[in-house]
Design a protein around this ligand. Structure first.
Ligand code: CP
Length: 303
């Protein structure tokens, strides 16, 4: 029985396998329509979500399985003080696999240590979001056809952005990746994430100025400044519109730039950018369903 708490719980070879299964699901959905007949996925979300929870649920339905959904911690016994460990022990009695999002870093790990069924981390605080990273990797593969030799700009809240931390961790396993870390001073990437880049012998540079680096990027991964991670509303209001991508700004970008965003967006990408063929964030959201289908199959050991 395996859980996925961190993207590094999956080897590079397993990620390649998940990408390949996702491509096959996209080409032959009928082949997978009954793979999880009789199986149940529990989605335990102690923090708001649109894409992750609903794409997990759509994934399980498209595999022929069923879903037990907890989308509001206030209506669960967590509001009466039940621990994550006890919740995991109990839900293991009802479901074959669990996807958990929690505001506290490490909560899905605690759940996995107390569950008798696989637990998937669907985002824990400002820490990790491995299935978003799988989504991002499938998107990079579909848009670029490779993972190696790419200049990847990550822009916005690089301090609290768990999607950024997981994606950097995943990409450090590939050759010739150059990271360009674009953020306000206050939202720079944590040292432990930079250390991972250095330990893998890859290049990175940090800047506050998106426009000065935009022309060199193959991928621009925009992120939202997350109101819910700030202790101080004043700081949030000061930083929230640090970067706003517009069609005018994109004039200096490569013709084959891929603009990604884990979503939700607030102001950081103008809606006028949505019609640009380089904008792949809605294709990215769709990819999230396919890669989660592949991951469910793998963790449930379905042939
Ligand atoms: N990308 C992402 O995690 O979106 P949700 O918060 O809507 O799940």
């Amino acid at each position: 029985m395996r859980s996925v708490i961190d993207i590094k719980d999956l080897s590079k070879e397993e990620i390649a396998e998940l990408v390949s299964i996702s491509e096959d699901i996209i080409s032959n959905p009928q082949k997978y329509a009954h793979k999880c007949d009789g199986k149940k996925l529990a989605t335990l979300f102690f923090e708001p979500s649109t894409r992750t929870r609903l794409s997990f649920e759509a994934a399980m339905y498209e595999l022929g399985g069923n879903v037990l959904s907890m989308s509001d911690s206030a209506s669960s016994s967590a509001s009466k003080g039940e621990s994550v460990a006890d919740t995991a022990k109990v839900i293991s009695c009802y479901a074959d696999i669990i996807a958990m999002r929690h505001p506290k870093e490490g909560a899905p790990m605690v759940a996995s240590m107390n569950s008798t069924v696989p637990v998937i981390n669907a985002g824990d605080g400002g820490h990790n979001h491995p299935t978003q990273t799988l989504t991002d990797l499938l998107t990079i593969h579909r848009e670029k056809g490779r993972f190696d030799n790419l200049t990847v700009g990550l822009c916005g809240d690089l301090k609290f952005g768990r999607t950024v931390h997981s994606l950097i961790s995943a990409l450090t396993r590939y050759e010739g990746i150059k990271f360009v870390l674009i953020s306000p001073e206050e939202l720079k990437v944590p040292s432990y994430v930079k250390n991972t880049i250095k330990e893998n012998g890859l290049e990175y540079k940090q800047t506050t100025d998106l426009m000065s680096v935009l022309p060199e990027l193959d991928i621009l991964y925009m992120t939202r400044v997350q109101r819910e991670r700030f202790f101080n509303e004043e700081d949030y209001l000061r930083l929230k519109d640090s970067y706003v991508l517009t069609p005018e700004k994109l004039e200096s970008a490569k013709i084959d730039l891929s603009i990604m965003h884990p979503l939700p967006r607030v102001n950081e990408i103008s809606v006028a950018v949505d019609n640009d063929p380089r904008a792949c964030y809605f294709r990215q959201a769709l990819n999230g369903k396919y890669i989660r289908m592949a991951l469910i199959l793998k963790l449930l050991e379905v042939e």
